[in-house]
Design a protein around this ligand. Structure first.
Ligand code: KIV
Length: 265
């Protein structure tokens, strides 16, 4: 597999080839995902919840995100690395957003950033692009707005909201984003938005008609049992495998079975 770039993703959409995206937060997982040929490693701000144990994505900081972006970079060869901009790192003013986004490229080794929001983010997106920072959009359910939305709810079920999302997608494309994540919107709406855009859409609970799919990796591995949205497919129960290993290890240490001669100098 050749190096995935923001432009090769466009070629994929044109060739009707689907784009596989997973969230990634560390070095060994980045290496495995490269072996599996995953197109985009998204260092998502879900880091806050699924790795750092915060209740929402809001508390995670730029420094915490950068720490993980750097680890993913060290394990990556071919995938495109997209760093999620944490809450309040891009909402205050465009110049501040450019400075913070630039850190993910300059210090973290990311190749693009992702920000949540529609039309209200146009100025910021343009400022980032003027600084040669590729931007991925994210509309629909935007978890950083959880308190404003009153919870993690499907977006775009009503006509007015659906129309607004369609317009936002076109406005983001016009502003220059290379791709848009559609989170928790009805598949019919996602299908319509995908057909209206030249750039690829990535579904996060937005059905099969998007140009690509993203899952939060600990969710698809069965490592994060606290919260399981309907759209998440669990491919394996890693939690069960790990728990079995930890219990066996404890039992062998306590009984003296480990270490044996084979594992001693
Ligand atoms: O932070 C994240 O992991 C995300 C994906 C769920 C799209 O934004």
């Amino acid at each position: 597999m050749g190096k995935v770039t923001t432009t090769s993703l466009l070629t994929k959409k044109q060739a009707k080839q689907k784009i596989a995206v997973l969230t990634c937060y560390d070095y060994p997982t980045a290496r495995l995902m490269n072996e599996a040929g995953i197109d985009i490693l998204l260092v998502g701000d879900t880091l806050a919840m699924v790795v750092l144990g915060y209740e929402t994505t809001l508390p995670v900081t730029i420094e915490e995100m950068l720490h993980h972006v750097k680890a993913v970079k060290r394990g990556n060869k071919n995938a495109l690395i997209v760093a999620d901009m944490p809450y309040l790192s891009y909402q205050i003013k465009p110049s501040e957003a450019v400075r913070n986004a630039g850190r993910f490229l300059k210090e973290g080794g990311a190749e693009a950033v992702k920000i949540e929001g529609g039309r209200e983010m146009i100025k910021t997106i343009k400022a980032m692009l003027d600084a040669d920072i590729p931007v991925m959009g994210h509309i629909g359910l935007t978890p950083q707005a959880v308190h404003k939305m009153g919870g993690y709810k499907v977006q775009g079920r009503e006509n007015v909201q659906a129309e607004r999302l369609k317009q936002d997608a076109l406005l983001l494309q016009e502003a220059g984003v290379f791709s848009i994540v559609l989170e928790s919107v009805p598949w019919q709406l996602a299908k319509e938005i995908t057909a209206s855009l030249a750039i690829p859409t990535i579904s996060c609970g937005a059905g099969k008609y998007c140009d690509g799919q993203v899952l939060v990796t600990p969710d698809m591995l069965g490592l994060f049992p606290d919260f399981k949205p309907k759209f998440v497919k669990q491919y394996v129960d890693v939690r069960k495998i790990m728990l079995k290993a930890f219990k066996q290890y404890k039992q062998e240490v306590e009984s003296g079975k480990f270490p044996d001669k084979k594992h001693s100098y």
